[in-house]
Design a protein around this ligand. Structure first.
Ligand code: PHB
Length: 390
C-alpha cells in the first residue's frame, strides 16, 4: 500500500529531525524514517559543540530547554603550541559563544518533541531507494521493522541519512562529489574523570595533535592524532594516558577509566548537487568535514533551516523561488565550513611526511593567529558560527 505525506525524510539524525520539527512548526506534515533503533540513535556518542545559532534555533522552536540546564556555555577555547597556551576569547572577540551539549542529547530532545507532538517517526525502517524525483510525486521505497515492503509517496523527499546516503545516489546520479582524504585520523576516548580544564584545549605538539574536550562533569572526551589504520584495541589504558599526556604539555590530565575508544577517519566531501527535481540532500549526506572545529552537526542544522524555508514557500505558497536558490545559499556556507575545518585541521595536525620547514611554518601560522586580534577574531567568528541567512 502506498502511503502519502508532504515531505518524506530519510534519516533521524540532527538534520532529519530538525527539518521535521521546523516543518511541523510551519504546519507541514512529514514522515521520518531511520534504519536504526531509537536506542541506537540516542546512545551513539558523536559531536559535542553547538554554535550559538544552533542553540538559538533549539530554544526558539521549543525543541530543547535542556541545552541550558544539561549543556554549558563556553566563551573560548585554548590553542596550545610550542610550550604555551593561548586563549581565543569568543565573548570578547565576537560577543558570541558555543555550547557544550552532546549530539545524542540534541537527538533525545528532538525525538521526544516529535513523539510528544504525535508526529510520524519510524525506527528500524530502512529506505532502499528514492525514485521518481523528476516528477512531482517522488517516492521512497523501503523495508519496515518486520521485513515488510513500504512505499511512501510525497511532494518532496529529503535525504538526511548521513554519509552512506541512498538519496544522494538519486540526486547526484553519476556526478559524485568533491573529495579529499587526510593522512591521519583521531583516536577518541571517553573516560570517567572530572574535566582537566575549564575550556577545550586544541594542542599542536611535536607528537601530533590532541584535543581535550568534555561531555559532562563526570565524563570527558579526548582525542589524539593517529594513523587512519590504527587498531583501537592496540593500546592499554596506561599507554593511552601517556600518549594523551605527552601531547598536552603544561596540563596534568585528570585520568580515569576509559570506557569507549574509537578511530575517526578524516574526510572532506561536498556532493556535486544537493537538489534535483523534488529531492534534496542535507547534512552528512551532502557533505562531510573533518571534526576539527566542530562544524558537522552545526552545518547540518544550517542546511535544514534554509531548506525548511524553501519547502514552506513551495508547499504552502506555491512558489519554487526559494527552492531554486537553496543549493547556492547552502553551498556558500558549506564551502566556508569546509575551508574552516580544513584550515583548523592542517594548522594543528602533523602530517606524517611533514618536513622541518612545514612544522616551523605551521608554528608561524599559529602565531599569526593568536598574536593578532583580527586572526583570533577570524577563528572566533567561524567557530561560534556565521549568521544564518534571514
Ligand atoms: C567533541 O567534543 O567531540 C569535539 C569538540 C570539538 C571539536 C571536535 C569534537 O572540534
Amino acid at each position: 500500500m502506498t502511503e502519502r505525506t508532504r515531505v518524506a525524510i530519510v534519516g533521524a539524525g540532527p538534520a532529519g529531525l530538525m527539518l521535521a520539527h521546523l516543518l511541523d512548526h510551519a504546519g507541514i506534515e512529514s514522515i521520518v524514517l531511520d534504519s536504526r533503533t531509537r536506542h541506537e540513535i540516542e546512545t551513539t556518542v558523536r559531536a559535542g559543540i553547538l554554535e550559538q545559532n544552533t542553540v538559538e534555533i533549539l530554544r526558539q522552536t521549543g525543541a530543547s530547554d535542556r541545552v541550558d540546564t544539561v549543556g554549558s556555555r563556553h566563551d573560548g577555547i585554548e590553542l596550545r603550541f610550542d610550550g604555551a597556551g593561548h586563549r581565543i576569547d569568543f565573548a570578547d572577540l565576537v560577543g558570541r559563544g558555543v555550547w557544550l551539549y552532546p549530539q545524542h542529547e540534541v537527538l533525545k530532545d528532538l525525538i521526544a518533541a516529535r513523539l510528544a507532538a504525535g508526529q510520524d517517526l519510524r525506527f528500524s525502517t530502512r529506505a532502499d531507494e528514492v525514485v521518481d524525483i523528476d516528477s512531482d510525486r517522488p517516492r521512497v521505497l523501503g523495508t519496515g521493522p518486520d521485513g515488510e515492503a513500504i512505499e511512501i509517496e510525497a511532494d518532496f523527499v529529503v535525504g538526511a541519512e548521513g554519509s552512506r546516503s541512498i538519496t544522494r545516489d538519486a540526486v547526484t546520479g553519476a556526478h559524485g562529489g568533491f573529495f579529499r582524504e587526510y593522512p591521519f585520523a583521531w583516536f577518541g576516548v571517553l573516560c570517567e574523570a572530572p574535566p582537566s580544564a575549564d575550556e577545550l584545549i586544541y594542542s599542536n605538539s611535536p607528537e601530533g595533535f590532541a584535543l581535550i574536550s568534555q561531555r559532562s562533569p563526570e565524563v570527558q572526551r579526548m582525542y589524539f592524532q593517529c594513523d587512519p589504520d590504527q587498531d583501537p584495541d592496540a593500546y592499554t589504558e596506561a599507554q593511552l594516558w601517556d600518549m594523551l599526556q605527552a601531547r598536552v604539555p603544561g596540563t596534568t590530565l585528570q585520568e580515569g577509566s576509559i570506557f569507549q575508544r574509537d578511530v575517526l577517519r578524516f574526510r572532506s566531501f561536498v556532493a556535486h548537487r544537493l537538489l534535483r527535481g523534488r529531492a534534496a540532500i542535507v547534512g552528512d549526506a551532502a557533505h562531510t568535514v573533518p571534526p576539527t572545529g566542530a562544524k558537522g552537526m552545526n552545518l547540518a542544522i544550517a542546511d535544514v533551516v534554509v531548506l525548511a524555508r524553501a519547502l514552506e514557500r513551495l508547499l504552502l505558497g506555491g512558489s519554487a523561488e526559494l527552492l531554486e536558490s537553496f543549493e547556492e545559499t547552502a553551498l556558500a556556507r558549506i564551502w566556508k565550513a569546509q575551508h574552516f575545518s580544513w584550515w583548523m585541521t592542517s594548522m594543528l595536525h602533523r602530517a606524517p611526511d611533514a618536513s622541518d620547514f612545514d612544522n616551523r611554518r605551521q608554528l608561524g601560522e599559529l602565531r599569526s593567529v593568536v598574536e593578532s586580534r583580527n586572526g583570533r577574531g577570524f577563528l572566533a567568528e567561524a567557530y561560534t558560527g556565521w549568521p544564518l541567512p534571514v
